[in-house]
Design a protein around this ligand. Sequence first.
Ligand SMILES: [Zn+2]
Length: 395
Amino acid sequence: MYLYNTLRRRPVEFEPVQNRVGLYVCGITPYDGGHLGHAFTYHTFDILVRRLRQQRITVRSVRNITDVDDSILGAARERGIDYRELGDRAVALFDHDMEALGILPVDAAPRPSEHVPAMVQQIERLMQVGSAYAVQGWVYFDVSTFPRYGRLSELDSAAMLALSRERGGDPNDARKHNPLDFVLWQPSLVDEPRWQSPWSEGRPGWHIECSVLSDLELGLPIDIHGGGADLIYPHHESEIAQTEALGVETFCRHWMHVAMVGYHGEKMSKSLGNLVFVHDLLQRTSPAAIRLMLCAQHYRSEWEYREDLLSAAGLRQATYVEAIKSGGRLEPRDAIEFQTEFHERIDDDLDTPGALGVLDIAAKAIIETDHATTGATRTVGTELLGEMLDLLGVL
Ligand SMILES: [Zn+2]
């Protein structure tokens, strides 16, 4: 199977070690429902997991829940409730949406709030090797000690500074030695959760959470680490730095990123208020149509949600249902050919639009088959369609 590796900037043959794959996908910050951007990311990794398991590869899939960070604590404060209560509610809604979409449950969903002592230990080690410094209860990673900083995102300092500002960093923080240094630990405000540390009663930074959780759940190196493309910088860039600065040769073998989804000409984002929520779509359309709409997009290409994409997916779904109900038949050798082509598309960097093309032709062939054809059997046709749709997570 070929998968595009963000760090190597090309598709590379992905080879599991001892037939096992540990997959870590950055999860949601639970303070709101899941939107289409989340669904596209988790749908993509769901197909990857299904294909690996189909090849009898043992996959351990982990998706964290970022229950301690600025955004959830801010939202909890605004609504006057405990961040854990807010988190539990949002996680329940999110899990419900993902299940409705047919996205397989993960094997572990760790929360930073449950593993802070391990994070404190890793920050202490970074202090010992001279890659971190403490100022007034805050601890920062010193990017000047890690020359490879910026290699994953291929961004220069100016571009990183601009993005950092946009994505919640504070390059103007006067305590920092370098504006690109990032927070490993910060003192908690009066109403925020707090943990003991040598520097202050505080809480971990966002990036250290995922480094520590992925290591705890899967061990290093992580086979595949992924998430939305907006996590490449600073989140994943910083995860690499704070792990490899400790002498770990490779934090992660394969980086995968899913392109952003837009709406009305802009990237779908909370700050722009142009979110399309999964639970709203589920009110008026079938999970199968939503999954087929997502399959029609390649995971590395940015796209914009439009109503007509959903209608087109609905028509496609109707054709597949017609094929399955038609009692149409396929010659076994044709079925094998369709199946092979379909798997080739998936194994070519998860080319789901190409895979749908194969499905379309197979469905048409089943509908149009001369039912009297010798050797053709009905079960071959319906089983084939069922298996292909199952691999795409279409119920
Ligand atoms: Zn993460």
